[in-house]
Every structure is written in C-alpha cells, then in structure tokens.
Design a protein around this ligand. Structure first.
Ligand SMILES: Cc1cc2nc3c(=O)[nH]c(=O)nc-3n(C[C@H](O)[C@H](O)[C@H](O)COP(=O)(O)OP(=O)(O)OC[C@H]3O[C@@H](n4cnc5c(N)ncnc54)[C@H](O)[C@@H]3O)c2cc1C
Ligand code: SF4
Length: 511
C-alpha cells in the first residue's frame, strides 16, 4: 500500500482543491458511460472535457502526478488506479449530486473492507453554506423561503452590510430590478475567446465521437481555465454588472446574454468560486462603479438563490425528484428539440439554446417552466430535457429550479407555481410578440397566444388545489369573471393533443 490519492471529479476543478492536501497523486476520470448517459449538448461535452484536461495539465505543471484515465466507466478506472498505485487512502470533496454521493459512500464502505480509507473533506469551495449549515438553519421552520435565508447569509458573510443592517437601509431592490424591455439598452458583447489547441482538439473529438449530440458545437466561446474564467468575471463586472439589476428580468430576441454574467457554468465546475464572484461585485460597488441595486441583485443570486437551491436539494433528496403535485403527465413536445413552432418566443429560445447551450434565468422561468406547467408536461421529463440542453445543468441545481418553480414539489422551494400569460411576456421581451404568428392579446381562436389560452385553462383545471394558496387568491378572482372558459378549455385541449401527437409521431419515426 502506498500513499494517498486525491480523487478529483470533473465538477470540482478548484484552484485550491481541498483533496490535494497531503496527497501523493491525483486521479481524474473521463467515464464513457457518464458522457453517453444523456443526449448532452455538444458544448457541454466540449466544456467539461476541455476544462478537465486543462486542469490536469495545470496540476502536472505544478509537479503533481496525475493519473488521468479515459475508461468505459468510473468503476473500471478506479479499479485500474488501485491496482497500479495501491493507495492506502483516497480523499475527495463529496460529490454535489445525490446519486454520485451515495455511490461514493457505498464504495467507501467496500474499500474500507480492503484496508483502503476513503476520506471526504469538510471543506468545499463550491458553496458558502455547507449542507449541515443549511439543515441547521432550516430546522424547525414550517416553510423555507429564500428571502430570510438570503438575509441570514448576508449577515453572517458580511456582504453589503453596515453593521447588522443592510447598506442603503434595504435588503432588496426587487421593485427597481424589474424593468421591462421597452427601455432596454444595448449590452456590450461577451468577450470573444478563441479556443486554444487543446479545446480545438476536443471540439473535433466531440464532432467525431458524438455526432448525435444536441445543439451546435461551434462557435464555442466559453472559458475552460481559471485564468480565462477570472478574466471573464472581471469583464462582466467592468462592462455589464452596472445594468444587471435594472434589466435582469428583461428578454431580447437579439441578445440572449444581455447584462447577465454567464458564470453559472464556471461556478458549477469550480473554475470560479461563489466567494470570488460575490467579492468582485462587492469591491466594484465599494469603488463606486456600480449602483447598489445591481451589486445587491447579483450578490443575491450568488449567495442567496444558488445556495438556497443547493440546500433545498440536499434537504429533500431522494424523494424530491419524484414529485408531481399537479399530476401532469404530458411528454415534452418535439419542438423543444427542433425549435419548430409558430410560438416565436419558444422557437427563438430553443434556437438560442441550440447555439449557445444557454439562456438567462427569465427564458428558463417565464417561457420554459411556465409553458411546462400550462401544457401539463411531466415534471421529471421536463427536468431531464433541461439537464440535457443547458451547459450549466447539474442535478442539484436543476431539480429544485424546475420542480420548485413548477410547484411540482408542492411548495418546498417556491411559494406558488410560476404561471404567466402573454401580457407579461410581451412587457418583458423585445422581438418576440411583435413578430409572432399568434396574437398576445387574444385568449381564444386559432390566432390566440397559447400562453393565454393555457393560462386560464390551468387555473380552471387546478382551481381547487390553488385555492389553498393565499398567494393565488387574487389571480383566482379573475378566473371567476371569465365567461369564455368553455371555448378556452376546448382550445387548450386541442393544443395539448396536437403536441402530444407530434411527440408520439417523432418517437415513432426515431424507433
Ligand atoms: C427552470 C430553471 C432551470 C435552471 N437550471 C439551472 C442549472 O441547471 N444550472 C444553474 O446553474 N442554474 C440554473 N438555473 C438558475 C439560473 O437560471 C441560472 O443560474 C442562470 O440563468 C445562469 O446564467 P448566468 O450565469 O448568466 O446567471 P446570472 O443571471 O448572471 O446570475 C448570477 C449567478 O447566480 C446564480 N443563480 C441565479 N439564480 C439561480 C438559481 N435560481 N439557482 C441557482 N443559481 C442561481 C448562478 O450561479 C448565476 O451564474 C435555472 C433556473 C430555472 C428557472
Ligand atoms: S404571442 Fe404568445 S407565443 Fe407569440 S411570442 Fe408572444 S407570448 Fe410567445
């Protein structure tokens, strides 16, 4: 038996990796089984493979022995590593995803029987609130709500604080941070990153080995090293953060990125840390370059929402993934893959995802989750779709965001289901409704915007369940005044039937 192996997963590429402490070598694994476990977006495959290979190279340059294995499965790679290096101890940061964590803990017990100790580090730079800290905060609370969690985080971490009080005398600027698209300024473009030789080779490999991957592999524009990620963050802080707050909820058909940071993909694999991102925003505010509403809006996303969903996930797994409060069972429509639909907002969004493996928060919420609820899509199937197509998607963040905002979890994450009709989509967007086949002002008829028809139909179908939620009371009052419900419901049923038939036909064609 010889020494300690640091096992480093592809989503834990930290500059300061806690598992390296006292390690003699590193094991990193590219598992073919994992890479082929879903129809991942081509750019997600490129991103992960390029980031892992760059990371291994950096470790080697620091004089660290890296056993980088490309194997049919993680299991086989681990077995081969143990046979070759005979470690007496393996140490790793606990996996962020429930299933991987469980597998790793079972393996630890098996290895212990063979005299190999598996040690899980306490420290994990990916989160500012550890699982046990969140569980302690949650204990005894009847309902978990993001806002009090966020305030607790602000106080204990000290971001934008004046003693025990929030700077500016307010905890949030949500009212100011919802400006519609009518006033949207032009955003500076994202930095243009040219893929280096290593990334270029990965792009060719993905093109060759994953010809059926979803989406376009190029242009690939994302950072894959710590240095590039740091520069990416710096450019966001200098060029886009100032307007982040005011227009964080606005959408534009011409610019999917607007004033967003496009940092989730980097935070979720350790190329950036949440502390780095929140510190950078705080420093920019202190230098006087950034309005408080923008610094607060961004820090809220990082230390509030991101940490909150991680805590909710770990508190409720594994049962969380199975929930289906509204008993919705429709398949994901085939146009979610092809983008072929006359609904311009959705067609544009799918086209953006195909090109960039990205959209910002509001298309995910106001268009895709909203549509998921209104069209009664099966929550697990929709989560699976989200997992495949977004570059920043991982189980711990996708489950609570999709199931939580759908309200499939019955209110563990959000206080009400996210549903909206075309009026709000129209107000918050530019370039969708103005050029759509459908009319955002109509509820019934062939040209009526499906969001309107389905919205009223959703409220009518679930009125009984929704009536128990006081936040839905005002909305349900509107339903009582609707005298065109029979026509709305007939049209809603026809729309859902068409999408289900298209999906079935496409599945048949594939088979
Ligand atoms: C249905 C749905 C699915 C989502 N799936 C994912 C996902 O798979 N991976 C993911 O990282 N985020 C997910 N989000 C959250 C959020 O939409 C993305 O983090 C964000 O759009 C990424 O773009 P950005 O980096 O430009 O974010 P910005 O708008 O610049 O926000 C800054 C950062 O805040 C964090 N953040 C903000 N909101 C959330 C949130 N609700 N949950 C977690 N982190 C948040 C992210 O790390 C993000 O990078 C999802 C949201 C919804 C509604
Ligand atoms: S009219 Fe309806 S379907 Fe068309 S873009 Fe607007 S919200 Fe989307």
């Amino acid at each position: 038996m010889a020494g300690t192996t640091a096992l480093i997963f592809g989503t834990q590429l930290y500059a300061e990796q806690p598992a390296l402490q006292g390690a003699d070598r590193v094991l990193m694994v590219e598992s073919a089984a994992r890479l082929r476990s879903k129809a991942w977006h081509a750019q997600k495959l490129i991103f992960i493979l390029s980031a892992m290979r760059h990371y291994a190279e950096q470790l080697r340059q620091r004089g660290i022995l890296v056993d980088y294995r490309r194997a049919p499965s993680f299991e086989q790679a681990l077995k081969a590593h143990i046979a070759e290096y005979q470690p007496e101890r393996i140490q790793c940061v606990p996996p962020h995803e429930y299933a991987a964590d469980q597998i790793m803990r079972r393996r630890a017990a098996q290895l212990a029987a063979r005299g190999i100790t598996v040690h899980f580090t306490e420290d994990d730079p990916a989160f500012l609130c550890a699982r046990h800290e969140f569980a302690a905060w949650a204990r005894g609370k009847r309902q978990l709500i993001m806002e009090p969690f966020y305030r607790w985080q602000r106080q204990r971490l000290g971001y934008l604080m004046d003693g025990a009080q929030p700077l500016g005398g307010r905890w949030n600027f949500d009212q100011e941070n919802r400006r519609g698209a009518a006033t949207l300024p032009t955003a500076p473009p994202l930095p243009s990153l040219v893929p280096d030789t290593l990334t270029q080779r990965v792009i060719e490999e993905v093109r060759r080995d994953f010809p059926n991957a979803f989406g376009e592999p190029e242009p690939f524009r994302y950072p894959t090293t710590h240095a590039q990620a740091a520069e990416w963050l710096e450019r966001f802080i200098a060029e886009r953060l100032a307007n982040f707050g005011a227009w964080e909820d606005a959408m534009s058909a011409d610019d999917p990125f607007l004033f967003h940071s496009v940092c989730a993909l980097l935070l979720n694999v350790g190329l950036l840390t949440p502390r780095q991102a929140a510190d950078a925003a705080q420093r920019a505010f202190e230098r006087g370059n950034i309005p408080l509403q923008s610094a607060e809006g961004f820090i809220r996303q990082i230390i509030g929402w991101r940490e909150f969903v991680y805590g909710i996930y770990w508190l409720h797994m594994p049962a969380y993934a199975q929930q289906n409060f509204f008993a919705h069972h429709n398949p994901v429509p085939s146009f979610f893959w092809s983008g072929e639909t006359p609904m311009r907002c959705l067609a544009q969004t799918i086209s953006t995802i195909r090109q960039h493996a990205y959209t910002h928060h509001i298309p995910r919420l106001m268009l895709l989750v909203n549509f998921g609820n209104l069209a009664a899509l099966d929550p697990a199937a929709l989560t699976d779709w989200f997992m495949s197509v977004y570059i920043d998607a991982y189980d711990w963040v996708m489950q609570p965001n999709v199931l939580g905002f759908l309200y499939a979890d019955g209110g563990k994450m959000a206080t009400k289901p996210y549903v909206a009709s075309a009026a709000y989509i129209k107000k918050m967007s530019r370039g969708y409704c103005e050029r759509c086949h459908y009319d955002p002002n109509l509820r019934v008829g062939e040209r009526a915007c499906p969001f309107n028809t389905l919205y009223w139909d959703f409220l009518a179908r679930h009125a009984e369940k929704l009536a128990k939620n006081h936040r839905m009371a005002l909305i349900l009052k509107g339903l009582a005044k609707r005298n065109d419900l029979p026509a709305i419901q007939a049209r809603a049923e026809a729309l859902r039937r068409t999408w289900a038939l298209q999906s079935a036909a496409d599945r048949g064609a594939e088979a």
